[in-house]
Design a protein around this ligand. Structure first.
Ligand code: ADP
Length: 224
C-alpha cells in the first residue's frame, strides 16, 4: 500500500499518518521530520536547512528529491509507505512520478486534508510539539501523554514563520494537487472535526477503489 498525504501545514497530516502507520505497519516518511533530524544531528545538510526551515521557506527541490529517492530505496519501504510533506512543488511531483516508475510502484491513494486558511493560521500559532514523538498539542499543555517529554514550540510555528509557510504553500504546493487530480486518485477529506472522525474518513478513502479513468488505469498498469 503506497499512500500520499497532501495538505497545508497544520492540516493534520502527521496525526493521520501515524494512525495509518500503526494500522498498516508501513513506514511514515515525513520530509519535515527528516530535515529536523538532520538539524538535530548537526550534519552539513542540517546546517544548510536550519535557517530555511526557521524562515518557513522551502529547501531546494534538488536536495528534497535526493532525500526521498534514498529513503524510498530502503528495504522497509518494500511493502509500502506513507509519504507526508513531499512533493511540495510541481518539479518534485514530476521527479516522484519518474522515481515511482523506476521503483515499479504506484500510489494507491492521495489523501487531501482540506482546512481553510484562517483555521490553519490559528492551529499553527500556539501549537506545541513533543520533541520525541512529534505528536502535536494545543497551547497550555505541558507534557506528552505518550512519553512524558516536555513539549516545545517548533521554531517554524513562531508567528513570524507561520504566515510565510502558508503563503509558500498557496503559491508552490496548491498546484501539486492538480497534478494528482488528473490521476483520479485524490480523496478530498474535510480536515475539520475530531481526529477520530477524520481517521474514519481517511480509512474509508483508503479502502475505496480508485476512480481513475480507464486510460489512467491502463497507464498505471503499464508502469507497474
Ligand atoms: P509543515 O507541513 O507543518 O510545514 P513539515 O514538518 O512537513 O511541516 O515541514 C517543515 C519544513 O521542512 C517546511 O516548512 C520546509 O522548510 C521543509 N520541507 C519539508 N518538506 C519539504 C519539501 N518537500 N520541499 C521543500 N521543503 C520541505
Amino acid at each position: 500500500m503506497n499512500l500520499l498525504l497532501y495538505g497545508a501545514p497544520g492540516s493534520g497530516k502527521g496525526t493521520q499518518a501515524n494512525m495509518l502507520r500503526s494500522k498498516f505497519g508501513i513506514p511514515h516518511i515525513a520530509t519535515g521530520d527528516m530535515l529536523r533530524a538532520e538539524i538535530a544531528a548537526g550534519t552539513e545538510l542540517g546546517r544548510q536547512a536550519q535557517p530555511i526551515l526557521a524562515a518557513g521557506k522551502y529547501v531546494s527541490d534538488e536536495i528534497m528529491i535526493g532525500m526521498i529517492r534514498n529513503r524510498l530505496g530502503e528495504p522497509d519501504c518494500e511493502p509500502g509507505f506513507i509519504i507526508d510533506g513531499f512533493p511540495r512543488t510541481v518539479p518534485q511531483a514530476n521527479a516522484l512520478d519518474t522515481l515511482m516508475v523506476e521503483l515499479r510502484k504506484r500510489f494507491d491513494r492521495v489523501i487531501y486534508l482540506r482546512v481553510p486558511v484562517e483555521e490553519l493560521l490559528q492551529r499553527l500559532s500556539g501549537r506545541l510539539v513533543c520533541p520525541q514523538c512529534q505528536r502535536t498539542y494545543p497551547p497550555n499543555t505541558s507534557v506528552c501523554v505518550a512519553d512524558g517529554s516536555a513539549l516545545a514550540q517548533r521554531e517554524d510555528d513562531k508567528p513570524e514563520a507561520v504566515r510565510p509557510r502558508i503563503e509558500i504553500y498557496l503559491e508552490k504546493t496548491v498546484p501539486v494537487l492538480d497534478h494528482y487530480r488528473a490521476s483520479g486518485l485524490v480523496s478530498e477529506i474535510d480536515g475539520r472535526g475530531t481526529i477520530d472522525e477524520i481517521s474514519r474518513q481517511v480509512l474509508a478513502a483508503v479502502a475505496a477503489p480508485a476512480n481513475g479513468s480507464t486510460a489512467q488505469k491502463a497507464a498505471n498498469k503499464q508502469q507497474a
